[in-house]
Design a protein around this ligand. Structure first.
Ligand SMILES: *[C@@H]1O[C@H](CO)[C@@H](O)[C@H](O)[C@H]1NC(C)=O
Ligand SMILES: *[C@@H]1O[C@H](CO)[C@@H](O)[C@H](O)[C@H]1NC(C)=O
Length: 664
């Protein structure tokens, strides 16, 4: 017992003494050979004499891609292994901004650190270091010198820029050499002559030759159509394609974080950010100050080409240049970010596209391709007429940059669909960033990419198709902040439970929170009771007065048509709901100078008071909500003695149902 304790202590001491060096008796070669997940890399290693020598005699850091990484890789493996080695041994803590590789010309490998959900993440070019399997260190003695060797395991194969002709070897090119020699490089079908020509004409070579750390966006030749476009790629636009001081590979770069480009002075400011959607990576330039302002979106067609002074991404069209109409933007790329929306418009018949194209000013709220994957949307796509109406919800006949919504100078706007509006809200996220939501036809969508500029307006990409209901009446109440009180009260006595029934069709006149706070003022004692648990019976009664259950929901337009001698009687869950309906500003066409009506034009008369319908026709899967500005409640509604006249209520209720049926 005593002896073994002593042995353990001795061992511990040894470990402590050696701890600083962490000498490992497994050699690097054996470590890689014995890891079956590195067998592909090991094959390359064995085949390379230079790599073997390095491993035997020198300091080294090895970045070994996993077998999986090789499965994804389809480039050449020629000389590849030397690009995965550096002759400086560096553990994760020691890695700086870059490290020189052993490939001819010693091209740098770029290092990115970023905060991930489980701590710091490290990338070598676009490959992630698999941390828990990295930082292996071993020592070899060479003629009395100790050489340190470090192994990191990475998730992607690192691909250097290489010449494809033996006569024209290219080692460690700058972005300019890359452009200049592009014909001799391994770039697939991509051609970048047009951009190169613009750089030479505008004498901007130095920007691409400069030593340092840059991100370069190079538009490919296809992006220089239509004809006047090349001329628009001037000195400033060229500068807008370069981000200084950041080497941004797509893997570690977060979406929607703007980086300053070389165009960033008092009178002109352009940023570029990245955006990922459906396995594609886009970049967007945002001209914040300048003319024209707005966003230009371009898909990255070949990403992450490492060069001596940073990284190059080939993009599908030039940034900053705004020379297409909204229609042309939609048509521009067959698999662009809103291609499904374009298809839906095209398939719905000619008229919508023609209308959009003839508008001098237009703003399109274009659902993303992912939004069209929703089962409810797919179903409606079959119904051409319905779809046409829905599509009209997605554009407004004016220029509406997001700033005007963000600063709250616009909170609602009429759409191209008759009497349908879009309602905006600005929500502050946890990190302080502002999100803009847009509601149309009962669907609350979020703007995910804003301000794509066109010559005749803007396109904002949203995450849902408007007008295609996707929630039940219950879920809508639960999630709409404006309807919180009505939802809250409906939780009493399980009143709300019925509202999730998919087989029913509800029409719910839902007072918004503003209506309840108004009731607190005009009808304080009754309202106060309604909010008290003790009076939940009465609360339920009052809510029932607002709810019509039927085999079809009633839009405001339909209710208006149904009126008989000026009055509509609906079979509400309690009592008969007797209303008058009026609509103002029916024929108002929006024009620049007119004061826009702040609400829908609808008002309803209940119990001798006119109540504004704040938001009509919020469509849900099992009915419709009309958001109203007052509560169907009178003084004396809450009598503690209970409802003596409930029998007569039932009788009149039945009568009213009969009347309503007859009217329909
Ligand atoms: C849409 O949802 C957001 C976030 O939940 C909310 O703040 C906004 O008020 C909603 N918009 C409408 C018009 O209900
Ligand atoms: C909803 O309304 C109830 C009652 O007025 C209140 O207690 C609750 O905090 C509100 N919830 C939200 C999210 O505003």
């Amino acid at each position: 017992m005593k002896r073994s304790t002593a042995v353990l202590a001795g061992l511990a001491l040894l470990v402590v003494l050696h701890g600083g060096l962490a000498v490992n008796h497994v050699t690097m070669d054996v470590k890689i050979r014995d890891d079956s997940d590195l067998s592909q890399f090991y094959q390359l290693l064995e085949a390379s004499r230079v790599a073997n020598n390095t491993l035997t005699y020198r300091h080294v850091t090895v970045f070994a891609p996993t077998n999986r990484a090789f499965q994804k890789y389809n480039g050449s493996t020629n000389n590849l292994v030397l690009y995965h080695m550096a002759n400086l041994p560096q553990k994760i803590e020691q890695l700086g901004d870059s490290i020189s590789s052993e490939l001819e010309g010693n091209p740098p490998l770029w290092v990115t650190r970023r905060r991930g959900p489980y701590g710091e993440e490290l990338y070598i070019n676009n490959a992630k270091i698999i941390r828990e399997r990295s930082n292996f260190e071993s020592k070899v003695k060479v003629n009395g010198d100790v050489k340190t060797q470090v192994l990191h395991i990475i998730s992607e194969v690192l691909e250097p820029v290489r010449s494809n002709s033996a006569e024209m070897p290219i080692y460690n090119p700058t972005a300019f050499q890359f452009l200049n020699q592009s014909e001799n490089l391994n770039m697939g079908d991509h051609r970048v002559r047009s951009f190169r020509q613009r750089i030479i004409i505008e004498k901007k070579e130095d920007v691409f030759k400069a030593e340092g750390r840059y991100t370069f966006f190079i538009p490919v030749d296809e992006g220089f159509i239509p004809v006047p476009r090349p001329q628009k790629v001037d000195r400033v636009v060229i500068d807008g394609h370069v981000i200084p001081n950041h080497v941004l590979f797509t893997g570690p770069t977060p979406d929607n974080v703007p980086y300053e480009t070389l165009v960033f002075s008092d009178n002109q400011k352009v940023t570029v950010s990245f955006l990922t959607a459906q396995n594609k990576v886009y970049v967007k330039s945002n001209t914040i100050v300048g003319d024209p302002t707005g966003v230009v979106l371009a898909e990255i067609v070949k990403a992450n080409i490492p060069v001596r002074n940073g990284v190059v991404h080939l993009i599908q069209r030039p940034l900053m240049v705004v020379d297409t109409t909204v229609k042309e933007f939609l048509e521009e790329k067959e698999d662009g970010p809103v291609y499904k929306f374009y298809e839906a418009i095209r398939d719905s018949g000619d008229d919508i596209m023609t209308t959009i194209n003839h508008l001098r000013e237009v703003t399109l709220f274009a659902p993303s391709n992912a939004a069209f994957e929703e089962p409810g949307v797919k179903q409606i796509l079959q119904d051409k007429n319905r779809m046409r109406e829905i599509l009209k919800l997605h554009y407004v006949k004016e220029r509406l940059p997001l700033d005007r919504i963000k600063d709250k100078s616009v909170s609602q706007v009429p759409t191209a669909a008759e009497r349908k509006k879009l309602y905006f809200n600005v929500v502050q996220g946890p990190t302080g960033n502002l999100t803009v939501t847009v509601e149309g036809g009962g669907v609350n969508a979020t703007v995910i990419t804003a301000n794509i500029a066109a010559t005749n307006g803007y396109v904002h990409i949203i995450d849902r198709v408007l007008g295609v209901p996707y929630t039940t009446v219950l879920d809508k109440l639960r999630t709409d902040p404006m309807l919180n009180s009505t939802y809250f009260l409906g939780q009493r006595r399980s009143f709300n439970n019925q509202l999730k029934d998919p087989t029913k069709r509800f029409t719910y006149f839902a007072p918004r929170d503003y209506a309840w706070s108004r009731a607190h003022v005009t009808n304080p004692s009754t309202t106060k009771k309604i909010f008290m648990e003790d009076f939940s019976y009465h609360t339920k009664q009052i809510l029932e007065r607002h709810l019509v259950i039927s085999d079809q929901p009633f839009t405001m337009a339909k209710l208006k048509r149904m009126n008989y001698n000026g009055t509509v009687v609906l079979p509400a869950a309690r009592d008969a709901l007797q209303l008058r309906i009026k609509e103002e500003g029916e024929n108002d066409k929006y024009d620049e100078n007119a004061i826009r009506p702040e609400t829908s034009g609808y008002q309803i008369l209940w119990n001798e008071k006119w109540i504004r319908v704040f938001r009509p026709d919020v469509e849900c899967t099992n009915g419709i909500i009309h958001v109203i500005d007052d509560v169907f409640m009178k003084e004396g509604d809450v009598k503690v003695t209970g409802s003596a006249s409930s029998l007569s209520f039932v009788a009149s209720h039945l009568l009213m149902i009969l009347i309503a049926k007859w009217l329909l």
